[in-house]
Design a protein around this ligand. Structure first.
Ligand code: MLT
Ligand code: MN
Ligand code: ZN
Length: 293
């Protein structure tokens, strides 16, 4: 299995277009920009699936050599998109993929209800070509082109702000477990994790690599940096300061933090927070990073 990490920033990216905070300013000055969270994954190196479609998807695809089109004029190795949630930073890119490719999009029933109403991208895309929408069920494995085995794992009822009034279901947000057809390594991708439950521990059984929610390091990070009262958990994101302890309970697991908000001090490798991540044996994912499992 190959995983190309296409983007590692939370919604807005780093720097965010309208933000002059210390970290966004530093990213502009030092050229350490990050695009918004998403991945490309393949079991055979030929058939690739995007996991989330960020608003930066066009430049992310252009930067990933595996996703180059050809040999036919409109051939693409991109077969489809799997969604971990219906948040705008994970779905706006669907609109950018409208130029006629045959794509299979996977997501849960509540996500698709949001993509039919609050952000009606299913209806918007319908006249543009053949996007096929496949509903996933919690814990039921399915196989993608190229042999990749995938299981969606329900994580939380956190709804996008544009769908806040819709009914609660525990699969508004999911993680995906990816495994090769042959027994061996597996990856768990959970860019929006509200709580590290015993069910989440169970989902890590046999998993060698974890790409997990690193939106915030501190529970009170928005208060520290922007004067907002909402805690990380209020926003549905378990802070790294709390997930690091759980990571320590899985020795041998390669853990990378992604979906990093521009407030997060781990963006700067000179901080104590970044050193704490490294000391726990974990790391911060990088845009363009390739994992071969
Ligand atoms: C989140 O991850 O909490 C959301 O994507 C926030 C947003 O950008 O709307
Ligand atoms: Mn997000
Ligand atoms: Zn900023």
């Amino acid at each position: 299995m190959k995983i190309r990490i296409l983007g590692t920033a939370a919604g807005g990216g780093t720097p965010q277009w309208n933000c002059a905070c210390a970290q966004c300013t530093r990213a502009r000055r030092e050229g350490t920009a990050r695009t918004q969270d998403c991945l490309a994954v393949s079991a055979n190196g030929t058939d690739w699936y995007l996991v989330n479609a960020s608003p930066d998807i066009r430049v992310q695809i252009l930067a990933a050599p595996e996703l180059t089109p050809g040999p036919g004029q409109r051939d693409t190795p991109v077969r489809g998109v799997l969604l971990t949630d219906a948040e705008l930073d994970h779905t706006l890119g669907l609109v950018a993929l409208r130029e006629g490719a045959d794509l299979d999009v996977y997501g849960s029933a509540p996500m698709f209800s949001a993509l039919d109403e609050g952000f009606p991208v299913q209806r918007i895309l319908a006249p543009y070509g053949s996007t096929r929408w496949h509903e996933t069920a919690d814990g039921v494995p399915f196989t993608l082109a190229g042999g990749l085995r995938v299981t969606a794992i329900a994580l939380s009822a956190k709804r996008p702000r544009y769908a806040a009034e819709r009914p609660a279901h525990d699969d508004w947000v999911v993680a995906y477990r990816f495994a090769d057809p042959l027994p061996g390594a597996a990856l768990l991708y959970a860019p929006c994790l509200a709580q590290w439950t015993s069910a989440f521990d169970a989902a890590l059984e046999g998993v060698s690599h974890l790409l997990v929610d690193g939106s915030f390091f501190h529970q009170d990070e928005m208060a520290r940096t922007a004067g907002w009262s909402a805690s990380a958990s209020d926003m549905g994101h378990l802070p790294i300061s709390e997930s690091l302890e759980a990571v320590a309970g899985h020795p041998g697991l390669r853990c990378l933090y992604t979906h990093l908000n521009n407030t997060n001090p781990v963006l700067d490798t000179r901080t104590a927070e970044y050193r704490a991540v490294r000391a726990a044996g974990a790391d911060v994912a990088a845009d363009g990073q390739l994992l071969e499992l």
